[in-house]
Design a protein around this ligand. Structure first.
Ligand SMILES: NC(=O)c1ccc[n+]([C@@H]2O[C@H](COP(=O)([O-])OP(=O)(O)OC[C@H]3O[C@@H](n4cnc5c(N)ncnc54)[C@H](OP(=O)(O)O)[C@@H]3O)[C@@H](O)[C@H]2O)c1
Length: 398
């Protein structure tokens, strides 16, 4: 099977290496598309081109792998590939989260596959599970840590007292941070992933702008002290829940987690996706959410599935109105009392510019730009959470 590969960075190189090592699979990368004509390329015996049309026009290519960070170029490329009847495997969650309904309809209409396992949990085969095993099981809720960079930053800050900026730089050097770290630490990347997970689980798609995401950038020593004193950990948690009337609640928020939370032990750049099945109960998928070879492995698995004619059931996409009425118990640290009012926070405790209270996801979404601009830190809290760093452990009290 002949493959055209767009993008030769962490993901593209990992994939190409695995294809060449596992030569017996009968997969061949025939063309590689890149951006920078001046960059030196390894002598692989495979032509490099800076014109993606070269890949699109090549009839002998059966499948195109798209592994570039760009949004619009990737969308145009994948769309054109599907229109020309090529199978596509993509790692680009940002592009997929924005254009999934159109692209999945195009794939269906042209009788080809659009697969993107690597885009969601890196190496974790969660879409394969949702599209297979969970075809006959009802998923009621998904909670996930699906941003390796944020989890790495949170782990290093909490355990080693390292400064935020230094840890972000280290994550970039290790190859699992996006070039623009705001996508990671601002909660955008995990938002794209929870949108794709919800789409696979329920066939409901939500536009990224309609989904609440707040990040970990304003996290301070104060929150780390509060968490440590109460035996908690701070994580960036993506949530998706299906309501009784078939609507979906989606959000990405920092959270103080108790030790008995399944996501509590997930450390460093490791990802975890917790799926609640109606009859089968809880399932926890844990693995490497990023990195060259882990992500390359997921791309290879998708390509191999296409080669073997194995299809993945992708539900027909419907744009379902989100349910933003759910209330959340929040910790909010802000110097602006007016923000507390705007968010409609029903305050139960205040101490040193930090508030505990309840409000709805809808209220947070309505004022999300102001929350971000204000530098406020906001996180969900478990029952028994206290604003004093010398309070007894929440776990012991609960
Ligand atoms: N890194 C991970 O662990 C990971 C995990 C899961 C998913 N992803 C996703 O996979 C994609 C690639 O990530 P990466 O980490 O491999 O990126 P990367 O290391 O920055 O490499 C990007 C590659 O894409 C090429 N490129 C960029 N814009 C292009 C354009 N407009 N046309 C053609 N080629 C272009 C670059 O060309 P040059 O070589 O000329 O610069 C480079 O080869 C992204 O969508 C990312 O979100 C990454």
């Amino acid at each position: 099977m002949n493959i055209g590969l767009l993008g030769f960075g962490f993901v593209g190189q990992g994939f190409q290496q695995l294809v060449s090592e596992k030569y017996w699979l009968g997969l061949h990368v025939r063309q590689i598309g890149v951006k920078d004509p001046a960059k030196p390329r390894p002598a692989l015996g495979i032509p490099f081109s800076t014109d993606p049309n070269v890949l699109l026009a090549e009839d002998s290519l059966d499948i195109l792998v798209e592994a570039i960070p760009a949004l619009d170029e990737a969308y145009q490329f994948v769309k054109a590939a599907l229109q020309r009847g090529k199978h596509v495997v993509s790692a680009n969650k940002r592009m997929l989260a924005h254009h999934l309904p159109e692209l999945s309809a195009l794939a269906r209409g042209n009788g080809v596959q659009l697969r993107y396992e690597a885009a969601v949990g890196g190496a974790i085969p969660v879409l394969t599970a949702l599209g297979g095993y969970f075809q006959t099981e009802v998923v009621t809720e998904i909670r996930a840590i699906v941003n390796g960079t944020s989890n790495y930053v949170l782990t290093k800050m909490a355990d080693e007292g390292l400064a935020y900026a230094d840890v972000v730089k280290a994550a970039q050097a290790l190859g699992f941070a996006e070039a623009d770290p705001t996508l990671d630490v601002g909660g955008y990347d995990p938002k794209f992933k929870i949108i794709l997970l919800a789409a696979q689980a329920w066939g409901t798609w939500a536009a990224p702008d309609a989904v609440l995401n707040l990040g970990i950038q304003p996290l301070g020593v104060h929150e780390l002290d509060l968490a440590r004193a109460q035996g908690l950990r701070i994580k960036l948690v993506s949530s998706a829940k299906r309501t009784a009337d078939g609507r979906v609640q989606l959000s990405v928020l920092p959270a103080f987690l108790r030790p008995d939370d399944v996501l509590f032990p997930i450390r460093e750049e490791i990802n975890a996706i917790h799926i609640q099945g109606q009859a089968s109960g809880p399932h926890l998928f844990v693995g490497r959410g990023a990195g060259s070879l882990p992500t390359g492995t997921a791309v290879l698995a998708d390509v191999r599935a296409v080669q073997l004619g194995q299809t993945l059931q992708l539900p027909a996409m419907a744009t379902t109105p989100l349910d933003s009425s759910a209330n959340v118990q929040l910790y909010l640290r802000t110097g602006q009392a007016s923000l507390v009012e705007k968010l409609g926070l029903e305050v139960s405790a205040v101490r040193d510019g930090a508030y505990l209270g309840t409000t709805s996801i809808g209220k947070l979404l309505q004022h999300v730009t102001e929350v971000r601009a204000s530098g406020a830190f906001l996180a969900t809290v478990p029952q028994g959470f206290s604003l004093t760093a010398n309070s007894p452990a929440v776990a012991a009290r609960a």
